[in-house]
Design a binder for this molecule. Structure first.
Ligand code: NAD
Ligand code: ZN
Length: 392
C-alpha cells in the first residue's frame, strides 16, 4: 500500500449552491493515515463520538488506520460494519445502522463517517441525514466510482421493494477525503466501472475532461492501477484527474442541486444520466446480476452515442472517440446474448420517467448534451443503435 503522506494533496472546494455552505474535498495519495486530523479540521466543534460505517472488506484494509487517526485526534470512534453489496443498501440495514448510532449514544454534536464505496456512502449518508434529524457526515470513498460520482452531490438513499434509490435525501457532507492509495486494492472490474462513469462525465463535460480521462487510461495500460500509483508523477496526474472530475460534477450539482423536474437544459443535473437510460435497462433486463453498474453505463455511453448519430445529432468522429475511450477503460461483459426486446421493454420502467415520459440524454457533440423525449425516437433508431453496439 502506498502511504506517502508527504505527497501533496489536491484540494477542491465544493459549493453546492450560491451562498450555501461549501465543503472541501481533499484528494491525494496516503491521506487515510491523516483522516483524524482532517476530520477535526472539517467538522464543527470539538472532536466527539464518530461512527465509522463500513463493510468487513474495506474496514479490514483501511479501517485500522482511520480509527487510529481518529483516536489520535481526540475522537471516540465506534465501528459499524454492514454487508458487502448492493442488496445491503436496504431499509433493513438502515434500521440496524440507526440502531447502532442510537446504541452508541451519538448526539447532535457527533458525526458519521462513511468508509467504502457508493453502497456504504449512500446508506451512511442517509442514516446521518435522518438520525436526530441530521448529524454531521464525512465521506471517505474507496472506489473510483464513489470518488468521482456518488460522494459528490449530496444524494443519499437506499433501495426498497418499490425501486432502487427511491428512498433518500439530499444531504451534503462536511468534507470528503479521497485517498488514491485505496484504489490499489480495488478489483479490476470496479476500476473499469468507475472509469465508465468518468468517461460519461467527460462526454457531457467537454473535450478537456474527456481527453484527460483518456490520457489517464492510456498511461494505465490495462488494470495496473496498483503498480502505477507507486509512481509519483502518475499519482500526481491521477489526483489532478480526480480533481477535474469532482469539480465537474460539483459544478453541475451547484446549478441544479435537487434535480428540479422542470429543468431540461444542458445545465440540468439530468445530463449526468448520459449513458444511464440504456445502462439501467441492461441492468434491469439482467436482474442486476450480470453487470457492475458502471459497466452497464459503459455500454450505455456507446448506445447513446450511436443513437445520437442515428438521429443525426452527433458526428461519426465523436462516436468513434467515445467508443475508443470506453474500450480503453477495460473489457465489458458481452451484451449480444441479451434479448433486445427485453431491454427495450424494461426501458419504460426507468425511474427517469417524468410525467410518464422517458427521457434520453443524447449528444450534439462532446460537451453538448441534449435531453430528448423517448416518444420522439423511432423504434428503428433504437434497434439500429443496438445492432451497432454489438457489432462494434
Ligand atoms: N449518491 C449518488 O449520487 C450516487 C451516484 C452513483 C452511484 N451511486 C450508488 O453507488 C453504489 C455503487 O457504488 P460502488 O460502485 O462504489 O459499489 P460498492 O460500494 O458496492 O463497492 C464495490 C465493491 O468494491 C469493494 N471495495 C470498495 N472499496 C474497495 C477498496 N478500496 N479495495 C477493495 N475493494 C473495495 C466493496 O466492498 C464492494 O464489494 C450504487 O448503490 C449506486 O446506486 C450513488
Ligand atoms: Zn451511474
Amino acid at each position: 500500500m502506498v502511504t506517502d503522506t508527504n505527497k501533496p494533496a489536491t484540494n477542491v472546494t465544493v459549493k453546492t449552491r450560491a451562498n450555501a455552505a461549501s465543503y472541501d474535498i481533499a484528494i491525494g495519495c496516503g491521506l487515510v493515515a491523516a483522516a483524524g486530523a482532517w476530520a477535526a479540521r472539517v467538522l464543527p466543534g470539538t472532536p466527539g463520538r464518530a461512527a465509522i460505517i463500513s463493510n468487513r472488506k474495506v474496514f479490514g484494509l483501511y479501517g485500522g488506520a482511520v480509527k487510529k487517526g481518529l483516536e489520535n485526534a481526540g475522537f471516540e470512534p465506534h465501528v459499524h460494519l454492514i454487508g458487502d453489496g448492493e442488496r445491503f443498501k436496504s431499509l433493513r440495514t438502515l434500521e440496524s445502522t440507526l440502531g447502532f448510532l442510537s446504541g452508541s449514544k451519538l448526539t447532535r454534536t457527533d458525526s458519521v463517517i462513511a468508509l467504502g464505496g457508493g453502497v456504504v456512502g449512500d446508506l451512511a449518508g442517509f442514516a446521518a441525514s435522518i438520525y436526530l434529524r441530521g448529524i454531521s457526515f464525512l465521506q471517505i470513498p474507496t472506489t473510483l466510482l464513489s470518488m468521482i460520482d456518488s460522494s459528490v452531490g449530496g444524494k443519499t438513499g437506499v433501495n426498497s421493494s418499490f425501486g432502487k434509490n427511491l428512498i433518500g435525501s439530499f444531504y451534503q457532507p462536511h468534507g470528503v477525503l479521497i485517498d488514491t492509495a485505496t484504489l490499489a486494492t480495488l478489483p479490476a472490474r470496479e476500476v473499469t466501472a468507475g472509469f465508465c462513469e468518468a468517461i460519461k462525465q467527460g462526454a457531457i463535460g467537454g473535450r478537456p475532461l474527456l481527453d484527460r480521462t483518456s490520457a489517464i487510461l492510456e498511461k494505465l495500460e490495462g488494470d495496473r492501477l496498483k503498480v502505477r500509483l507507486d509512481d509519483y508523477a502518475f499519482s500526481a496526474s491521477f489526483s489532478a484527474f480526480l480533481a477535474a472530475q469532482v469539480s465537474f460534477k460539483a459544478r453541475i450539482v451547484a446549478g441544479d442541486e435537487r434535480e428540479s423536474t422542470g429543468k431540461t437544459d444542458a445545465r440540468s443535473r439530468k445530463v449526468l444520466n448520459f449513458g444511464h437510460t440504456f445502462g439501467h435497462a441492461l441492468e434491469k433486463a439482467t436482474n442486476y446480476r450480470y453487470f457492475r453498474h458502471g459497466e452497464a453505463v459503459g455500454h450505455g455511453i456507446r448506445f447513446a452515442a450511436a443513437l445520437s448519430k442515428n438521429l443525426e445529432l452527433l458526428g461519426q468522429n465523436d462516436v468513434e472517440l467515445l467508443n475508443d475511450v470506453v474500450r480503453r477503460a477495460g473489457g465489458l461483459p458481452a451484451v449480444d446474448k441479451i434479448d433486445p426486446g427485453e431491454i427495450f421493454a424494461t426501458l419504460q420502467y426507468d425511474k427517469k420517467m417524468i410525467n410518464d415520459s422517458l427521457q434520453w440524454v443524447l449528444l450534439e457533440r462532446i460537451g453538448k448534451p441534449v435531453i430528448f423525449p423517448h416518444a420522439k425516437i423511432p423504434r428503428a433508431a433504437l434497434a439500429a443503435s443496438f445492432k451497432q453496439i454489438i457489432s462494434g
